[in-house]
Design a binder for this molecule. Structure first.
Ligand code: PDD
Length: 290
């Protein structure tokens, strides 16, 4: 069994061993990147913010004009079953829907072809304490993605190249700048702290509406942490006291070096530490009380 993907996986209505989960090479997810996905964190076998993830999946499907193949209860059943059967407690559950496999390659939507629905569970590996203690480094990069970054599509080539550019420099993330303003990371949302105020870029078609982004702002509200949702110019990012990346798999992770220079003191800052603690507390409370 793969240590990275739990068996069985879900494919088109059935739970099957990974080795038997095969699709056509004519699948439009493969040929065109014509599909959408979600990554849902599961703690102690309980999905976190499942409703919000399924809601975003629906928005992504609407955005690419693909009918949702499963009613919400069935998505819930698939996720619950994967979460219960996997050999690990904390998981990342991946869901993908592509526009299916036609008998030919044609950009135009095929008619009467069932979508391909794929889901599997992996172990959720959140950043280790040692990494959170030092923080990670990031680079800035020109955001060269398309104009519908609010859709969680599997067409991730730009994100892949941007994140690889960061990795090539030994860094964890590329912070994407469009027209001089911070949008998000190649695979995460980005927050900035200046003078004790948390800053978040506003949601738009140029960034993914992160589920963790929403949780962070809810926690800021709940605990009286001042914040502003507004455009963040590159110069302000470079002058930040703290920068964090957030996502379902990274949770809240400090970025302590940007383009080779220290962020603030060069060590994780107090606001980020506090937010990480609020996040841990919140997630365990939700898991306990449902
Ligand atoms: N990525 N922005 C982008 C471009 C992302 O790919 C992600 C997450 C986020 C954070 O969203 P959320 O808080 O809902 O995880 C923001 C996932 C984890 C991935 O592609 O693996």
């Amino acid at each position: 069994m793969s240590p990275f993907v739990a068996d069985p996986v879900y494919l088109n209505g059935r739970f099957v061993p990974l080795a038997e989960a095969t699709i056509s090479p004519l699948d439009r997810g493969f040929l065109f990147g014509d599909g959408v996905y979600e990554v849902i964190p599961v703690y102690s076998r309980r999905p976190f913010r499942l409703g919000e993830h399924l809601h975003r999946l629906q928005s992504s499907l609407d955005g690419i004009r693909l009918a949702n193949p499963l009613p919400r209860e069935e998505w819930e059943t698939v996720v619950q079953r994967l979460a219960l059967d996997a050999p690990f407690e904390d998981q990342g559950i991946y869901l993908q829907v592509s526009r299916g496999a036609d008998v030919k390659r044609d950009h135009i939507f095929p008619q009467g072809i069932p979508p391909t629905v794929f889901a599997f569970s992996s172990p959720l590996v959140t950043p280790a304490a040692a990494i959170r203690e030092t923080g990670v480094c990031a680079i800035t990069a020109e955001d060269n993605r398309w104009l519908r970054c609010d859709l969680k599509t599997v067409s991730l080539l730009a994100n892949v190249l941007l994140r690889q550019a960061a990795d090539d420099q030994g860094c964890a993330e590329a912070l994407l700048i469009r027209d001089g303003f911070l949008q998000e990371g190649a695979a995460s949302s980005i927050f900035v702290v200046r003078n004790g105020i948390l800053l978040a870029p506003p949601k738009s078609h140029l960034m993914l509406p992160g589920i963790t982004y929403d949780v962070v702002l809810e926690l800021a509200d709940r605990h009286g942490q001042p914040y502003e949702i507004r455009e963040i110019p590159l110069a302000e990012l470079q002058a930040a006291d703290e920068i964090w990346m957030t996502s379902s798999t990274k949770e809240v992770l400090p970025i302590t070096r940007l383009d080779g220079r220290p962020v603030g003191t060069g060590a994780p800052g107090p606001v980020g530490r506090q937010m990480w603690q609020w996040y841990q507390h919140f997630k365990t409370t939700v898991m306990r009380n449902g």
